[in-house]
Design a protein around this ligand. Sequence first.
Ligand SMILES: Cc1ncc(COP(=O)(O)O)c(C=O)c1O
Length: 406
Amino acid sequence: MSDPHRVLARDVPPGADDPIFALNAEARRRAAAGESIVNATLGALIHDDGRLAVLPSVVEALREAPVERAAGYAPIAGDPTFLRQATLDALGDGALAGAATAVATPGGSGALHLAVSNFLAPGQHLLTSRHYWGPYETMATHAGRAVRTFETFDDRLRFDAAAFGAALARSIDEQGRALVVLNFPCHNPTGYSLDDEEWRAVADAVREAGRRAPVTVVIDLAYAAFGGARARSWRAPVASMLDRAVVLVAWTASKAFTQYGARVGALIAVAEDAATREAVAALLSVACRGTWSNCNHLGQLVVGELLADPTKRARTEEERTELVDLLDARVAAFRDAAAARGVRHPRYEGGFFVAVPCADGARTAARMRDDGVFVVPIDGAVRIALCSTAVADVDRLVESLAGALE
Ligand SMILES: Cc1ncc(COP(=O)(O)O)c(C=O)c1O
C-alpha cells in the first residue's frame, strides 16, 4: 500500500486529534449509556440544564441583520464601525485607543495567527506561561514558529514575574526580538487574573527588554468580559509599556457575545509612534488578504451595531451580567468546596476555567474518570471547565478531585 502521507508536503504532528474533544466524546458516550457523568471538559458556557448559553439580544440582532448589505464582501481590513467599536470595547476611549489601529479576524484565533506570523520571523519563538491554551503551539508550529515558556506561578501560586523577566531577556539574547502572549484576565487554563502589582512587574520587565530589542506584547482578551473588577485593570500598566513596546490585543466576540461559530474578532495594535502604526496597519491588511481575504461581514455588522447603539449595548451588557452571575455562582461553589477539602489552587475570581496543580495531571484525570468526572489533564495540573459544570455538580467534582489527589 502506498504511504498515505506521500501527498502531504509536511508532517502530520502526533496527537493531531484534539484531546479535549476526545474526552468530551467519551463523557457523552458514557452519559448516553445511562451513567451519571460530570463533564467539565469543554470551553463553552453552558446553562445548568445543559443548554448552550446565548445572549437573546445577539440572536435578535442576527435575525434582524441587514442581510443584503452583509451579502457583499466586507472591506479587507474589516468594517470600520466594527473595528472602531471593538477598539473602544478593548481599550476604553483614552490614550490607548488614540494610538490604535485594527483589522478584523476570524475570532481571537485569527488575531493570534496574525500576531505570530507577522511579529516573529520563521524559526523564532513566542513566549508564554508554562500553562497555556494548546492551540498557541499548533498555531506557532504550523506557521513555522515555536512556543517557549516561563514558569507561571511561584511557590505562593502568584504570577512568577521573575521567571517572566528572565525568559524575556533570554528570548532577546537568542533571537533579537520577543513576542509575548499573555492571556490575562481569566487565563485559560488556570483561571488566573494578574493583580495591579503583577501587571506593574510585567510592564517593568517589558520596558527593560524593550530598551534592547523590539518587543511585542499580545494581550489575549478571550475571556475578559467575564473578569469582573479585574477585567480592565491591565490597561494602565499596559499603556505604560508603549514607549518601549508595541501592544497587540486579540479581541473576540466568541465568548463575550456567545457567538463562538460567528468567527468575529479583531487584532488591535497599539503603537505610540504614528509611523510604526502605519507600517503595522499596512502589513496587517496585506496579511488579511493573503490569509483569509476578508472576514464574516454579517457578524461584523451585528457586533458593531450592538456595541455602537447605546440601547442595544445596555441590553447586551445586562444579559451578559446574568451569565457572569451564573458563572460566578460556580466559582464561589468551587472555592468553598476546595477550601473545605484542602484543595490548593491559584487565585480564582472568575472566568471559564480553573486549573488545580498536581504531580501527574493524566493520572489525576484518569482517577476522576473512574468516578464519572471528566476534566482535562495538562502539564502539572488538571483543567476544570466550570463554564460547562452545573453548580449542583461542583461539590461532587471537587470531592472526586480531592480523592484523586490523595
Ligand atoms: C485562551 C484563548 N485564546 C483565544 C481563544 C480564541 O477563540 P476564538 O477563536 O473562538 O475567538 C480561545 C478559545 O477558546 C482561548 O481559549
